[in-house]
Design a protein around this ligand. Structure first.
Ligand code: SF4
Length: 434
């Protein structure tokens, strides 16, 4: 049995880079250091229904037929070139070269290109474009942070090694005793497993995060809160929490979808960023979004380098436009404007609103996807890729914006191609057809 060391886990935005994979006969038979969800990403390759050849069908009620790559790429190119309002979506579970080719293809066909941040941290990236981004690295958190806030996220379940490697339990250079050297504040309407670990749990009422942040900023600046409670929390508890933040040596705010997808959306994040700026008048404080898919951040980076905008980019006028709500893929589907969809490295069939999924079922859908998912069930063409970070290399961006090289651990099935190669082939075909 071969031992492959220092593998990067391509599951969540923590991108743990200390995984050991045990490989036998080109199968990953075990892992060390990975959490349970990371472990299953490496091992379920063998358990799930895996596509190993391109598949096509004219009618969505028909069964798929196996076709060769040339036929599948030709049909994909024709569908995209003949579309009036094509959308290209997903990208969060693949590597950055695939993102760049996806952007190129979107520009060539005059499409709208976006990623899964639309339904998770989109409001965070819009806010950071509005007011800036006081971020630091996870290494700085590990070595320096004595006050840690998790707001609207539950890493015990969604990013299981985050608390141990960086957030709370990690022993860092200036925090040798780990948990004993840190104060943990959790803001969440529910008593989650993360909240159970907290020194202070601010049990905010749902959708009232904006009010709580504003009250904390007011308390920080010395204003008296003239009420008994704000967002369901007694003001004495708010004063106590603010006092801890103000007296931190190095503080960090990790925030999740409980903030970005509750009412006020990106205004919550604008306000949270302002709170961090206010805190920096007294101490050193930063914030980091808890990104979900391992390379959702990477797409926002690549998209911004190329177009100037992080997602929801519309090339229909020949130049990039960004107007979320108008140029977001979910809205284009729900308004029935999108007439063709290319989905890659995500599963909108399982996660989009019903009306958007209904439209996906009506229009030609091309899925670049290794496994059978609710999205592939709605597809007309399935193009099977190698799994980035398991079967091919690439680059991914960790939640704190650090680029990390993904490893190839095993060889992919014989007839599959990396995402970037599939997109390159589609680009060549579209060039021929235009
Ligand atoms: Fe993988 Fe995230 Fe678990 Fe780390 S915490 S092993 S990156 S799933």
């Amino acid at each position: 049995m071969e031992e492959v060391k220092n593998v990067v886990c391509p599951f969540c935005g923590t991108l743990c880079d200390d995984i050991i994979c045990y490989v036998k006969d080109n199968h990953i038979v075990g892992t060390k250091n990975a959490c349970r969800i990371g472990h299953s990403k490496f091992t379920h390759r063998d358990g799930a229904v895996r596509y190993t050849e391109p598949l096509m069908r004219e009618n969505k009620k028909d069964d798929f037929k196996k076709v060769d790559w040339d036929t599948a790429i030709e049909k994909t190119g024709e569908i995209l070139v003949n579309a009036k309002r094509p959308i290209l979506y997903g990208f969060s579970a693949t590597e950055c070269h695939a993102h760049a080719y996806g952007m190129k293809l979107a520009e060539m066909v005059g499409g709208v290109v976006s990623n899964t941040a639309e339904v998770c941290h989109g409001p965070s990236v819009w806010a950071l474009q509005d007011v800036g981004y006081p971020i630091c690295t996870l290494g700085e958190v590990k070595n320096r942070a004595d006050v840690v806030i998790y707001w609207g996220c539950n890493p015990m379940h969604a990013h299981p090694r985050h608390l141990g490697r960086y957030g709370v339990f990690a022993r860092g250079f200036f925090r040798e005793r780990g948990r004993s050297d840190r104060t943990l504040i959790v803001v969440d309407p529910r008593k989650t497993d993360t909240a159970k670990l907290a020194d202070i749990h601010l049990q905010v009422e749902q959708h009232r995060d904006y009010e709580l942040i504003s009250a904390m900023r007011a308390a920080l600046k010395g204003f008296k809160l003239g009420v008994d409670k704000v967002a369901g929390i007694p003001v004495e508890t708010i004063y106590e929490a603010v006092d801890i933040l103000k007296n931190a040596q190095f503080g960090i705010l990790f925030f999740g979808m409980g903030v970005t997808q509750s009412k006020s959306k990106h205004r919550n994040i604008d306000n949270a960023i302002q709170l961090i700026i206010d805190l920096n008048a007294y101490t050193k404080f930063s914030l980091i979004p808890m990104r979900g898919h391992y390379n959702v951040n990477g797409f926002n980076q690549v998209c911004t380098w190329i177009s100037g905008f992080p997602l929801c980019v519309d090339y229909s006028r020949g130049y990039p436009r960004f107007n979320p709500g108008d140029t977001s893929v979910t809205d284009l589907l729900m308004r029935k404007e999108a007439d063709v969809m290319l989905n890659i490295a995500s599963d909108p069939g399982a996660h989009f609103p019903n009306k958007a999924v209904e439209r996906m079922a009506e229009i030609p859908l091309i899925a670049i996807e290794p496994h059978r998912t609710p999205t592939t069930e709605l597809a007309n063409i399935i193009l099977p890729p190698a799994i980035a970070g398991v079967e091919c290399e690439g680059t991914a961006y960790r939640m704190d914006g650090i680029p990390i090289e993904l490893k190839r651990v095993i060889e992919p099935p014989e007839d599959v191609l990396p995402d970037r190669e599939i997109l390159k082939r589609i680009i060549s075909k579209v060039e021929e057809l235009l």
